[in-house]
Design a protein around this ligand. Structure first.
Ligand code: GLU
Length: 431
């Protein structure tokens, strides 16, 4: 009896492990969409694998004089439509499968918004919360030096992702430039403004998420004032989305963070919360809301749920309990394929990650263009172009979903795969 229970438990855990493997999640959606598209078998093989995977193990001198060795990845999924593009994340649980999935999501994301980039992603296994600025700088510079032949404005252009920011990008740009013996601003995006960054880039992913919310409401005939929003994650994406949504008249009633959540049925004052976090380093002990359980906030009564932190937040375990009418994915891969089916059955309108969070890479594209021109746009120009591109892409995806009788996620994949496949065929196979 005990043995069979153990076996059952082990099987359940193995199934959940598979469900939560981002590369498997990506592959499941790719296969479904490719089948629907009746994709050529050869092109299928080309697009179902990353083009290149680079793994480096490199030493960093720590503050106490110890030498530590870190493992870093860069995966280039596709360069068919232009230079590989995608962020770099620092986290203790970074893995090759995760970086692979994120790289392919970048390919599909850039194709959904129709910008001339392929897809890539990088990651370093480390715990930035336990590292000093000096250690992070040395890690970043050494990782960049290891990737010196990989990165390049016309080859592969990194950007911020989880636990990296404009300072990280400044170090990458400087290290790359030192090796090239000239300043090359267009090698990374998401830089500080005075060294070739773009106005509007920092808030762009959150801004794109807010535009996706507006579009979803318009599509479903709903109004911001009647919308209660829960945001999971209060990093760059979640905090900027929450700020903009509040400005637009939505009621942000819940914020879920890794160290605790907040709830206020009348709406949380987001600018005040941003100030509070700046002062205390956490959203906890904020007087403008009561403490709430972050896990429970995901299934709270609301109209819009925005997971804006990491993968595997909505799984087969909690998808059935989600009460939101609309799910807008600010993070990459927050929903597993098993959860997709449950959400679909329950009629949840999903704005998938490769559309909802594409505002970031879209503003990165604008930054890359400005760097190469050496001519910079006003914030209004950036925001205006960003809004137009997000609206157009949203319309493309929902129209595609309607005309092909599929959900929004599969429509976004189909649209993206079709665009990349077309380019791949047109360029032909180099022999
Ligand atoms: N890390 C962001 C993403 O996942 C931005 C990537 C970029 O701008 O290249 O979309």
């Amino acid at each position: 009896m005990a043995v069979s229970i153990d076996l059952e438990q082990a099987a359940a855990e193995a199934a959940l492990d598979k469900e939560m493997n981002p590369w498997e999640a990506q592959a499941a959606r790719f296969e479904f969409a490719a089948k629907k598209l009746d994709l050529d078998a050869g092109i299928w093989k080309v697009l179902s694998q990353p083009n290149r995977e680079i793994i480096v193990h490199f030493p960093v001198m720590m503050d106490d004089g110890r030498i530590e060795v870190f493992t870093g990845y860069r995966v280039q999924h596709s360069m068919a439509r232009g230079p590989a593009k995608g962020g770099i994340r620092y986290a203790p649980d970074v893995s090759l499968d995760e970086v692979r999935a994120l790289a392919s999501w970048m390919t599909w994301k850039c194709a959904v918004v129709n910008i001339p980039f392929g897809g890539a992603k990088g990651g370093v296994i480390c715990d930035p919360k336990k590292m000093s600025q000096g250690e992070l700088e040395r890690l970043t510079r050494r990782y960049t030096a290891e990737m010196i032949d990989v990165f390049g404005p016309e080859k592969d252009v990194p950007a911020p992702d989880v636990n990296t920011n404009e300072q990280t990008m400044a170090w990458i740009m400087d290290t790359y430039s030192m090796h090239m013996r000239q300043t090359v601003t267009s090698v990374v995006t998401g830089k500080p403004i005075n060294i070739g960054g773009s106005r509007g880039r920092t808030a762009a992913t959150g801004r794109g998420v807010s535009v996706a919310c507006d579009q979803a409401l318009q599509y479903l005939g709903m109004k911001p004032a009647d919308c209660r929003v829960v945001v999971q994650g209060f990093g760059n994406v979640g905090s900027n989305a929450a700020l903009l949504l509040r400005e637009k008249g939505y009621k942000v009633i819940g914020i879920a963070e890794w160290d605790g959540g907040l709830y206020n049925a009348d709406g949380i004052n987001i600018p005040m919360l941003v100030e509070h976090r700046k002062k205390t380093g956490s959203i906890r002990n904020f007087s403008g809301a009561s403490e709430a359980n972050s896990e429970e906030l995901l299934t709270a009564e609301c109209e819009i749920l925005i997971p804006a932190a990491h993968e595997n937040v909505i799984t087969s375990r909690n998808a059935g309990a989600v009460k939101a009418r609309i799910l807008v994915e600010g993070a990459n891969g927050p929903t597993t394929p098993a959860a997709d089916s449950i959400l679909e059955q329950n009629g949840v309108f999903v704005v998938p990650d490769i559309l909802a969070n594409a505002g970031g890479v879209t503003a990165s594209y604008f930054e890359w263009v400005q760097d190469r021109m050496g001519y910079f746009w006003t914030e209004d120009e950036v925001n205006d172009r960003l809004d137009r591109l997000m609206i157009q892409s949203f319309q493309d995806v929902v129209r595609y979903a309607e005309s092909h009788g599929v959900n929004n996620r599969i429509a976004a994949y189909m649209l993206a795969i079709d665009r990349v496949a077309y380019t791949t065929k047109q360029r032909g196979i180099y022999a």
